[in-house]
Design a protein around this ligand. Structure first.
Ligand code: BGC
Length: 347
């Protein structure tokens, strides 16, 4: 652990490094719980950072597309920035046109988390107070980062509330398995373990439909390049300027807390492979469509469209307004737990 910097309002931020015997190293900061670096070997054993990010705190404090961050209280969109729960209406801050995105004006990505170490893992804790960003209930959240011997980065999320609320937690890392700043991710070969996805309207809010991927550019059940569908004229791809959709993960035969394979990404030049395992029902596959050559990354290179992709394990967007989707309601006395593992290897 070391001091990483000071926020504009004078809070000291720490950086933690986790390293395993194989040499894999992950760094994160107590600001937003942001994963700032994930260093893994290629097939020749050469290490590179495969996560997009910045080199200093001020860049993370400024507006950016949630690089590496813990996203909440509600990851992704809530339509109209509004929902009702137990007969009461709640209005959230609208930071995405008419919607609320990734928690509102000051989401979990911009909060200072309290770190504690145990057994080589680090747990980050944050109390989101009643009414913060319009959400009801004092919510105690913890996010635990750990590394295993087999190059798996494990993220354990837990939350408890003192009043009924809704929540959806994820990590918003962007990956480029060639290495951060090394170009577009079009040649990455992706598999998604999903027979269906949730199509969205013109405002990127799910229509409520669970649509089969068969016969569409959303069919990643057999491995194919990201680039092959990213320029498709499918109306869903046109509307989101590329892939930016929630996939409904196949979880047949899996119990509630059991990890299931969500995705596998393979980059042929480096030989790097990343698998995503999760207990969550969905994953947002976002191909970095809105990276617009305005941000300079950690190694001093400009991030352009599709220079990274995100696989955000989650409950479905706008679930508070879609009773047919798996529930995101948390009530006092219950504990919400989920786990996601990003596992790296080579071909
Ligand atoms: C959303 C995108 C958004 C990105 C950065 C993703 O989770 O689905 O639409 O641009 O986050 O905010």
């Amino acid at each position: 652990m070391r001091d990483y910097g000071e926020t504009r309002d004078g809070q000291t931020i720490q950086e933690y490094s986790l390293r395993n015997a194989a040499g894999m190293e992950v760094k994160f900061i107590t600001f937003g719980g942001i994963l700032t670096s994930i260093r893994v070997p290629d097939r020749q054993g050469r290490f590179a950072n495969v996560a997009l990010g910045f080199s200093k705190l001020a860049d993370y404090e400024a507006e950016h597309p949630y690089f590496g961050a813990i996203t909440g209280r509600y990851a992704n969109r809530i339509g109209g920035g509004a929902f009702s729960l137990d007969g009461r209406d709640y209005q959230l801050f609208k930071n995405d046109g008419g919607n609320s995105l990734h928690g509102g004006a000051v989401g979990f990505d911009k909060r200072v988390w309290v770190a504690s170490e145990s057994n080589g893992a680090v747990e980050l804790a944050y109390r989101s107070s009643d009414g913060e960003e319009g959400y009801p209930g004092n919510l105690d959240v913890s996010v635990r980062y750990s590394l295993d011997a087999d190059n798996g980065l494990r993220i354990d999320y837990a939350a408890e509330t003192d009043a009924p609320t809704v929540l959806n937690l994820t990590n918003h890392s962007y990956f480029n398995l060639m290495g951060e700043g090394e170009g577009t991710i079009y040649d990455h070969i992706l598999t998604l373990n999903a027979d269906a996805y949730t199509p969205t309207d013109a405002n990127q809010i799910p229509t409520g439909e669970i649509a089969p991927v068969a016969g569409s550019p959303f069919d990643f059940r057999t491995a194919k390049t990201i680039g092959s569908g990213q320029r498709s004229a499918h109306p869903q791809i046109v509307a989101a300027q590329g892939y930016d959709h929630n996939f409904v993960l196949n979880r047949r035969g899996l119990g509630k807390g059991e990890l299931g394979l969500a995705a596998r990404a393979y980059e042929p030049r480096s030989g790097r492979v990343m698998e995503v395992w999760t207990t969550e029902p969905g994953v947002q596959f976002y191909a970095g469509n809105f990276l617009d050559a305005t941000l300079i990354g950690a190694s001093g290179r400009l991030y352009r469209q599709s220079d990274g992709f995100a696989l955000e394990t989650q409950h479905f967007p706008d679930s508070p307004n879609k009773p047919q989707f798996p529930t995101t309601v948390l009530r006092p006395g219950a504990r919400k737990e989920s786990t996601t593992v990003y596992r790296f290897s080579t071909d």
